[in-house]
Design a protein around this ligand. Structure first.
Ligand SMILES: NC(=O)c1ccc[n+]([C@@H]2O[C@H](COP(=O)([O-])OP(=O)(O)OC[C@H]3O[C@@H](n4cnc5c(N)ncnc54)[C@H](OP(=O)(O)O)[C@@H]3O)[C@@H](O)[C@H]2O)c1
Length: 322
């Protein structure tokens, strides 16, 4: 496993981060713990969750289930070896302040996350997506207080457009608040433009670490689908992303180009999709998802795969327009 500094911070994280939004539905608690054990054994020290995971899984799910599963694992581990990232913003309780990025919501939500995670600090506390109804000054001031109190070590943003992220950096600079040191955007070989159009240059210029989500396009880039076989053993069949890609012949051109490069390297195609991301400037750690130890084992070699400049150019060309 390789390690990189998260943006301009001194924090070193593995070049793969394990996402946990599938914990409690596509992976039960014992399986989730085995996946995290296998990740740690493979050198992954970076884990991503969110307070609202996984409210969508069933009527009994209310959010907080993923953090609870992580908490029962974390208490048996050496906390110093683990970089734990979670998020705040989504609806967690009823009432007008049950969601958002107000000082009020953040201060309640962080205590709930700490309790579920069974820890007294969060390494990376991320705003999950923007809240148009709260001034950014209020959000950043509240997050700065959490950093100063020691409950949070670093802060990051997810799903922010470039103008808003730049505005947030400006506010932090103006008032001396902690600043967003990471960005969690949607990005993969078949979803490039949203991040690459403006956010990439901003992250390079401002020293922001990038930790993209859905780097395997929810499983499309693992090779489980083909032009001839558009059904697979998956828990993601209802995903709008998967449905769209399975109906898109150009997406299979991208997959097949990656598969041919994977064949030359003798590695699973998913590792080529991840290695292509890791070759980009400002890229820190793609956030992978796995619902079994076997799936995880297929992915962890990605940090050792080195693509040639010709291979990267080929992948850039075939995926242009995404
Ligand atoms: N900030 C945000 O708004 C946001 C949004 C989404 C996700 N996230 C974060 O990003 C993480 C990863 O997202 P993601 O799950 O969409 O990532 P992904 O890595 O693109 O997709 C993971 C899915 O691919 C399939 N898969 C993985 N390895 C495989 C293998 N070796 N062989 C076959 N199939 C395999 C599995 O689903 P099946 O086996 O069921 O097909 C797995 O759940 C989440 O856990 C979460 O932490 C953040």
């Amino acid at each position: 496993m390789q390690y990189r500094r998260l943006g301009r911070t001194g924090l070193k994280v593995s070049t793969l981060c394990l996402g946990t939004m599938n914990f409690s539905w596509s992976a039960d608690e014992p399986t989730s713990h085995s996946i995290m054990d296998a990740a740690l054994d493979a050198g992954i020290n970076f884990f991503d969750t969110a307070d609202m995971y996984s409210y969508w899984a069933s009527d009994a799910h209310k959010g907080g289930e993923s953090e609870t599963i992580i908490g029962s694992w974390l208490k048996r581990k050496d906390r110093r070896q683990i970089v734990l990232a979670t998020k705040v913003r989504g609806k967690l309780w009823d009432g007008p302040n049950g969601e958002g990025l107000s000082r009020s919501h953040i201060f309640h939500a962080v205590e709930d996350s700490l309790r579920r995670l069974q820890t007294d600090y969060i390494d990376l506390y991320q705003v999950h997506y923007p809240d148009d109804e709260t001034p950014l000054e209020e959000t950043l001031s509240a997050l700065d207080d959490l950093v100063r109190s020691g409950k949070v070590r670093y802060i990051g943003a997810s799903n922010y457009p470039a103008w808003l992220l730049m505005k947030a950096l400006w506010i932090s600079d103006k008032y001396g608040y902690a600043r967003f040191d990471s960005l969690q955007p949607h990005h993969s070989l078949v979803h490039r433009d949203e991040y690459e159009r403006e956010l990439r240059d901003l992250c390079v210029d401002q020293g922001i670490g990038v930790i993209p989500y859905s780097p395997l396009a929810a499983g499309f880039l693992t090779g489980k689908y083909s032009r001839q076989q558009r059904h697979a053993d998956t828990t993601r069949a209802d995903s709008g992303l998967i449905k769209r890609l399975l109906a898109d012949e150009r997406a299979f051109d991208v997959l097949e180009a990656a598969q041919s490069i994977a064949g030359a390297h003798g590695v699973p195609v998913a590792q080529v999709a991840l290695a292509w991301q890791l070759a980009q400037p400002a890229m820190t750690s793609p956030i992978i998802g796995a619902r079994s130890v076997a799936q995880l084992h297929d992915l962890v070699g990605a940090s050792e795969v080195k693509l040639s400049s010709e291979e990267i150019a080929r992948l850039n060309e075939v995926s242009q327009g995404y």
